[in-house]
Structures are given as structure tokens and as C-alpha cells.
Design a binder for this molecule. Sequence first.
Ligand SMILES: [Zn+2]
Ligand SMILES: [Zn+2]
Length: 116
Amino acid sequence: MAYSRERDFLFCQFCGTMLCVPSIKYAECPLCKSRKNINDIRGKEISFKISAEDIRRELGINIIDEQKVQLSKVNKKCEKCGHDEASFYTRQMRSADEGQTTFYTCTRCGHQFQEN
Ligand SMILES: [Zn+2]
Ligand SMILES: [Zn+2]
């Protein structure tokens, strides 16, 4: 299988520079700023064999998973500024005895606090 040929999509069709993938939606040439839509690439040349994850590994860049980054918001009073909205995520501690800890970040002042 012509594996390397399938990677042509990682290079700019105009100037041959290796493309950056600043988002999961498109790849961009850092030199001439031409863009390729990731979905176009997937459909035509690689038929989803090379995913965004592969590109990330290949280029050593982080593609932010927009869904993971999006934090839930909750009505929680900030102990620092008194604002009553915070984003939060939970994390299970190593020991089951310690239970689950909820981490809050105030959406106004960015103060971080936690609650068991
Ligand atoms: Zn280019
Ligand atoms: Zn606050």
C-alpha cells in the first residue's frame, strides 16, 4: 500500500510546505496560508483512515477536542468574589475512600476551589 502517498495531503498543494492543523476543521499552510478542509481531505484521499488523532501524532501538535474542553457550568458561589456561576469538572481520586472531588473555576475571577 502506498502509505506515504496518502500523506501528500499533509503538504501544501501550492508551495509544498508541511501543513499545520490549527483546528479539527481545516489544515493550513504556515507559509502561504492556503487552507484545506479536513473533511475534504478525509473524504477524497484517505477515507477517514487518517484521523485528526493521527495528524496530531504525526505533526506533534495538539488538536483540542472541543467537546472535552467544554466545561459544564453550575450555580456555585465563588468563595473569593461572590459570583454565583462556576464551571466544574469531577475527578475520581486514586483511593476509593477519598471519593470524587469536584473542581470549580469561577467564571468571573477564575478562582479555583474544590469540594469533596
Ligand atoms: Zn503553501
Ligand atoms: Zn470569583
